[in-house]
Design a protein around this ligand. Structure first.
Ligand code: FES
Ligand code: FES
Length: 163
């Protein structure tokens, strides 16, 4: 099937935070623009816009990607999770969000969605993650405010609470 319509738009079909989404999009639309502007999911942030800061991080088929570096058409047929899709079992705050708050790991908060997305990816993949695993995982997420200690301790606390 030709997925480009006569107006030059691509017929995108994917899952976002568990919901099926079908949209006509320009093939030059970045994934970050699609998330923030087309879907209105503003939790995903634009920091550097060039793959360096992790503020735009989302999960694509369970793996972290920087959405500023991808085109929206690349998620066709795939499953995207943004920070809005990371919730607790009761639909409220996710355990990581609770420990970030409890540990004081959020200051301006601009990096926080990306840090939580990266931490969630790690804890899904490696439930017994060590402090070194956490530090390594978060090397792609820049935070100019916290100094990271409270962030690492929040992720470790969430890991222990999962047992
Ligand atoms: S905005 Fe995508 S990595 Fe910085
Ligand atoms: S809390 Fe401000 S950049 Fe991380």
């Amino acid at each position: 099937m030709n997925r480009i319509n006569p107006n030059g738009f691509f017929s995108l079909s994917c899952f976002v935070n568990g919901q099926k989404i079908e949209r006509e999009i320009s093939s030059s639309r970045s994934l970050l623009e699609f998330i923030r502007e087309d879907l209105g999911l503003k939790g995903t942030k634009e920091g550097c816009g060039e793959g360096e800061c992790g503020a735009c991080m989302v999960l694509l088929d369970g793996k972290t990607v920087n959405s500023c570096l991808m085109m929206a058409v690349q998620i066709d047929g795939r499953e995207l999770v943004t920070i809005e899709g990371i919730k607790g079992k009761d639909g409220g705050l996710h355990p990581l969000q609770k420990t970030f708050m409890a540990e004081g790991a959020v200051q301006c908060g601009f990096c926080t969605p990306g840090l939580i997305v990266a931490s969630e990816a790690l804890l899904r993949r490696k439930p017994k993650a060590t402090l070194d695993d956490i530090k390594l995982e978060l090397t792609g997420n820049l935070c100019r405010c916290t100094g990271y200690e409270k962030v690492i301790s929040a992720v470790d606390k969430a890991r222990r609470s999962r047992k």
